[in-house]
Design a protein around this ligand. Structure first.
Ligand code: VGL
Ligand code: ZN
Length: 198
């Protein structure tokens, strides 16, 4: 059994209430995620933070014919992590959807995430963050497709639900493909255990 990594998906100002593309109650993930980060530090497990990091003319924006209002434009306040999010000393930031012409919901798409995880002998990935029905879903399914054991933390995700039920369907699909939806305490325990207990 390899190590367990925590992947914190897109906990950015624009995805929280008051932001450009707010996920309802999106800021409620910050508390549980901070507990997960502390558990990972305790167990010396890797923490990776993905961020949506779009150019100002990204193809996903309505102004460019896409689906979304402008959000998470690189180097703007809306793209910053939520101010209360605990940034681990040993954390790694993964910027995604940086190319104008490509949408990228998954943290694995056109990034070094897979390489980083393999380099650190990670076999299990624990995913938390925003949004359940977009970037959390895509990142989780990609992790499964790449052969990782995959857990999503129930209390630490929130969805957009453009169509009612999207978030629930996303979790069902993750389960259907072999992932687990776990509670906060189980996830913290796995992160805290660290290398020594395996
Ligand atoms: C996301 C919509 C557009 C996400 C990113 O992080 O879930 N959703 N861009
Ligand atoms: Zn985006």
């Amino acid at each position: 059994m390899g190590r367990t990594a925590l992947i914190v998906v897109d906990v950015q100002r624009d995805f929280c209430p008051g932001g450009a593309l707010p996920v309802p109650a999106g800021d409620e993930v910050v508390g549980p995620i901070n507990e997960l980060v502390q558990a990972a530090e305790c167990g010396e497990q890797p923490v990776l933070y993905t961020r949506d990091w779009h150019p100002p003319d990204h193809c996903s924006f309505r102004s460019q014919g896409g689906q979304w209002p402008e959000h998470c434009v690189r180097e703007t306040p809306g793209a910053q992590f939520h101010p209360d999010l605990l940034l681990s000393r040993n954390g790694t930031v993964i910027s995604k959807a940086v190319d104008r012409d490509a949408e990228a919901y998954s943290g694995f798409q056109n990034t070094k995430l897979d390489e980083l995880l393999r380099g650190r002998a990670v076999s299990r990935v624990i995913v938390a963050g925003l949004a359940t029905d977009y970037c959390v879903k895509a990142t989780a399914l990609d992790a499964l497709a790449r052969g990782y054991e995959l857990w999503v933390v129930r209390e630490a995700v929130r969805g957009v639900d453009v169509h009612p039920g999207d978030s629930q369907r996303a979790l069902d699909e993750i389960r259907g493909k072999g992932g687990r939806v776990v509670g906060l305490e189980e996830a913290k325990a796995a992160l805290r255990q660290g290398a020594g207990m395996q």
